[in-house]
Design a protein around this ligand. Structure first.
Ligand code: FE
Ligand code: MN
Length: 441
């Protein structure tokens, strides 16, 4: 063999190694293509800064609120945007109630913030409307001592404003609602369902809480699942309303009106995982059979502990769901704001919710008679502790402590016809398992 030939063979050898190296590189890239991380936020209830001067009217409005941190929603949303840009998930889903009461200004501002995520992180964003977002007669701004009527939006505006966040990437559109099908990856498709009913809002003067999937949309869902089957893709379903009752007490208007009919289609079509919102409680429920359908409710981003869901998908394995909290403190540090509440947001947000919760507990005790002052205090404290943890999906972490407490025992022995008693017992029941994690194989 000549030296030239030897060199030639050595060169071939090197090329072969390089080629193998390359191909394994491609394989690796392909593998990570199949693994996708999805962030899911729900019920942001964003209120544009321009609509709120934080004056008397807004303070009054807040005093009747349900514990939402609406006065810091702009900061929470910015901190969330920062988290997403830092973590760069492949997909971000927002499952409805994007705005406080469907104000046009709030929609436009939020869309701007979402655009900044797509630009800096390349994350694909998909949204659907909730019952507060479209044709909402309650759209208001706050100035001084006055609330003023501000522009709302219609369904067509929603589609335009969120054109880049779902509607332009749809591979199929439902004809009767703002529902769409999209394929962020080859293996995992998203069925984004618009379950809100907004056509009668102006007539009744308020945003309708109830939701449903109408019969034409159900038919379209079946077509979508056929299409996915042909392409060997799995479908993850997203909707604002719940597929199951997540509370024995609070379910009217939260669970789909036509739950039974819808569940049949979910089962028939093999749609076994749903992400929903609306009830603001972090909670996971499934149908009780051999081939269960799961409905994961992610709690409101604007309510303590300001958390979002993280869903990891691996085509060969399945789904892993967990929650993460928005790093408001980190954002505050980075932006240098001086507001102490933002700097110590974890504690502030927890205390804010506990206080609101305690206030409501005393209110609901006002017509409960036959207890001493001390007993009423214990009962209120138990209710507040349960309530705070219930909305965060963390009752399991305090359940033993609660069950052993004097306050809980007083509730247990209370008149069975009391609404509050039944609510307390249902919250304790939810603590039997973790509502913040789920593994699906
Ligand atoms: Fe909501
Ligand atoms: Mn809602």
């Amino acid at each position: 063999m000549t030296t030239n030939k030897k060199w030639f063979i050595a060169l071939l050898f090197i090329l072969l190694i390089l080629a193998t190296g390359c191909s394994s590189g491609i394989k690796q890239a392909k593998k990570s293509d199949q693994d996708i991380t999805i962030f899911v936020a729900s019920d942001i209830h964003y209120l544009a800064k321009e609509l709120n001067d934080n004056g008397e009217a807004f303070q009054k409005y807040m005093s009747t609120s349900d514990g939402k941190l609406l006065h810091y929603i702009d900061e929470i949303t910015d901190a969330f945007v920062k988290d997403v840009i830092q973590e760069k998930p492949e997909v971000l889903i927002i499952s409805g109630d994007l705005t406080n009461n469907g104000e046009k200004e709030s929609h436009l501002e939020l869309a701007k913030k979402l655009a900044s995520i797509e630009q800096s992180a390349g994350t694909k964003i998909y949204v659907i409307p909730g019952n507060h977002d479209i044709l909402n007669p309650w759209a208001r701004g706050f100035q001084g001592t006055e609330q003023y009527v501000t522009d709302m939006i219609g369904a067509e505006d929603f589609e335009k404003i969120y054109h880049d966040f779902g509607y332009s990437e749809a591979i199929s559109r439902d004809k009767t609602s703002l529902s769409y099908l999209t394929a962020p990856s080859k293996d995992l498709w998203l069925l984004m369902l618009d379950t809100s009913i907004y056509d009668f809002n102006e007539l009744i003067g308020s945003p309708m809480t109830n939701g449903e999937i109408d019969s034409e949309t159900l038919l379209w869902m079946k077509e979508c699942s056929e299409k996915a089957k042909k392409e060997n893709a799995r479908i993850l379903t997203v909707m604002h309303h719940n597929l199951f009752d997540h509370s024995e007490i609070l379910n009217k208007g939260f669970t789909l009106d036509n739950q039974e009919e819808a569940l049949e289609v979910f089962k028939e079509s093999g749609l076994n995982l749903v992400l929903s919102g609306h009830i603001h409680v972090q909670n996971i429920k499934s149908s009780e059979d051999d081939n269960p359908v799961y409905d994961i409710v992610t709690s409101s981003l604007g309510v303590n502990p300001v958390q979002y869901g993280v869903l990891e998908f691996e085509a060969s394995k399945g789904f892993d769901y967990s929650t993460a909290r928005v790093d408001v403190e980190g954002w505050a540090k980075e932006t240098g704001v001086e507001d102490k509440n933002l700097i110590n947001f974890t504690k502030y947000s927890k205390d804010y919710y506990s206080e609101a919760s305690l206030h409501r507990a005393y209110e609901s005790l006002s017509d409960v008679t036959g207890y001493t002052e001390e007993e009423r205090n214990l009962m209120a404290e138990t209710m507040s502790l349960l309530n705070s943890n219930y909305f965060a999906g963390t009752v399991d972490s305090i359940r033993n402590e609660v069950l052993a407490s004097k306050g809980y025992q007083l509730w247990e022995a209370a008149d069975p016809s009391l609404f509050t008693k039944n609510y307390i017992l249902s919250m304790a029941e939810a603590g039997k398992s973790s509502q913040n994690t789920l593994t699906l194989r």
